[in-house]
Unconditional design. Sequence first.
Length: 598
Amino acid sequence: MNWQWSSLVIIEYMMAALLLVGVVYFVKKAKIKRELMLWASVVVATAAIWMSAHAAEISSDSLFIKSIFSSIQLSLSVVLGTAWLVFILLYLGLQKWLRISLITLLISVCSGVFILTLTNNIHHFIWSSVSLNDINSFASLISTKNVGAWIFMSYTYCLGVVGGGLLFRRFSKVQNIYKTQTKVMIIAAIFVATLALLDALDLASRLRLNISSTAWVLGIGSLVVLANLSQVRTRDILPIARDSIVEKLKEVLIVTDENTNIIDMNATAQSIIGKTLQESYGIPVTQLLPDLSKYFNTSNGMESYNFQTTIGSGERSSILDIEVTPIKDISEKITSLVFVGHDISEIVGLNRQLTLLYEEEKSLRKDLEKEIEKRIEFSRVLVHELKTPLTSVVGMAELLLESNPKPPYDRAISSINRSTLELNNRISELLELTRAEVGTLSIEPYEINPATFLSEVIKDMELNVASQDLVLRTEIDSEMPYIMADEKRLRQVIQNLLTNAVKASEPGGDILVAATLQDDYIKIMVRDNGHGIDRDDQPYVFEPYFRAKGIAEKYEGLGLGLTLSKKIVELHGGEIWVESEVGKGSTFSFTVPVKSYH
């Protein structure tokens, strides 16, 4: 067996090799979807193998070898048409057509053609006769096509035409910004669709050429496809990308040419502006965005910038925040402008509502501050007006007691003195509560020894406790660290708790005051064995004016002592709580942090 070489055969081999190298380069450099890249590679690789098989067929002088490579070419033609159709569907974003049934059918056709070409000697479905013409210097294959060959060539041709038709149908709707990509892909489609037609007409044999014109068309068309997909530019965006990104983009997208005339806009822009792309095509963008004229700058040195504009009127108006981005070529000349706008109508509306609410809140706060000032001033005046005459009464009562009055006047004067002192305490509590409610109650902490401090407070209260026939016990750790506290305020808390314990206890009972170090806190506890507090009342004992059941009827008071105690403890950074059981007494505990007060 000899091989017949010519410059045309060598060129065909070189073109096939160039296509295979191009496929490798394309796979490494292409920046498109993987599925699209895969099927584009299959199309070009199939074309390269077809050209190699064709070159091998025409250069061999063996009828058997020529028949084998001719069968391979027919099989590859069908595979090429199938791969081309799948590629076009992916390219145009029509994946919904690629159902399992369609893919199965296409693969079955390719497999069937391959089997039929290999078994042609049995059924002669594709070629009725095959012979060798060696009269000329180049031996050529003479084959008589049967019905199968015409069916399969028509099948490939139809797939090529369908792919080209889909491209043309889609690209007929594409605007100028995509025209470069459009023209190149249509040219590629024409090259590929013409493959089967040229092969069916067998022009090479008719013109007595040593190389098929189909090979040239196929090679050039495949190179065009590769070059086109490898050099996708911003303004030559793929249709699939436009459908997947631009049309589905929720933001407004408008594209103009270098003369700022509109050449494209997405569905969102058309909806907000109220005009279709056909109605807006070619008109200056400033007609749609009047505010743009204040900021417009089309010099080659321009950069991206933002502006806000209102489109429409009344309820249909929209406020857009638009970013303008210039698209420039290699020479830095502006070739188009891209406008991306966000509808901020809702945000602006919310900001306006927030502004109004803020102004209302500001006004209310001023009114509240005035009311607080009035309340503080009223409380101060009230306390002053009450305490001024009360002070005289207290002084006179004490003076009378010092004169050792005779019975029954001594008891009456003592009662007056005790009542006026109690009234004086109630007035002071009322003033303190008012300060706490408006946030003006404050403390002046300094370093104190808790053990020494507690001993002094208990000593002051011993006489009062003993007068009620009660025993006062203490459990105070003498090694406790110093704390930062307001001694006057803290004394007020302990005296309040002890006073309540005395009121709650029956004669003969005892009261325990204990203080221990727990972690970073000093815990101070006052326990009595009195009647206790009902479980339902316990959550409310620190509420102002609250009086537990059984206590309100028995003892006087406004119910402010525990409320003030809670405020004072919290100002020190501690907590206060109660544990009680009816009939067994109550335990009030609070904590004061050991760490320095901030």
